[in-house]
Design a protein around this ligand. Sequence first.
Ligand code: GLN
Length: 247
Amino acid sequence: MRPTLHLVHLYPGLLNLYGDRGNIITLQKRCAWRGIELRVHQIGLGESLPPDPVDLYFMGGDQDREQTVVERDLRERHREAIQNHVSAGVPFLAVCGSYQLLQQYYRPAEGPELVGLGIIDAYTVHPGHDVPRCVGNIVVEWEGGTIVGFENHGGRTYLQAGAAPLGRVIQGHGNNGEDGFEGARTGNVFGTYVHGSLLPKNPAFADLLLHLALKPRYPDYELEPLDDSLEATAHDAAIRRARAMRG
Ligand code: GLN
């Protein structure tokens, strides 16, 4: 039986500054290589979510300005549906500015505080434009392995009791450059500052998202392994590059 998954891609035209759409392409290819149909529903400002089932959410990163544009629409139009879906275990990957919008709030360097969905028990504060941004290659210890990529954010995120970190920073800044943690996981909701795009160089993370998306409606379906030698080569090169940058 050929599974069909429905992925909701929120605000693709607004939240895609660092090529985060590469994450969607990776999921599409990793499904196609296995004969899984992945239907991507692109949801822009003012648009409604597709009817159920929703099996997976993705929302990418962008600058503060775009976050401000998205914030009200996300909260007023989609908060209840998203909270119901993630409470039922639907996986959600949120990158950078989107990670911040799933938190309690994001206080930018100027302008009003953005109210998040409160799904991730954390908050983010931008320390001001005179403070260096968190920019560069990043390597994170994750589930016994590593996640690699690139980060570029001014906001500093502080996890609270209800949120576990995604991983521990080996190289780079992560959430705030102080506590040694990167990202957050609450249930099957994943927030991260890792761009790059994230998933092409981190196939194990991509397959975890697909496994979580499949489980509720296809509990007996097992993802067959793929030849990830190209991805592993890119992953290892990213680790070497990050360590070389550290000197
Ligand atoms: N608000 C984000 C920041 O902390 C925007 C950057 C991003 O999404 N890459 O700078």
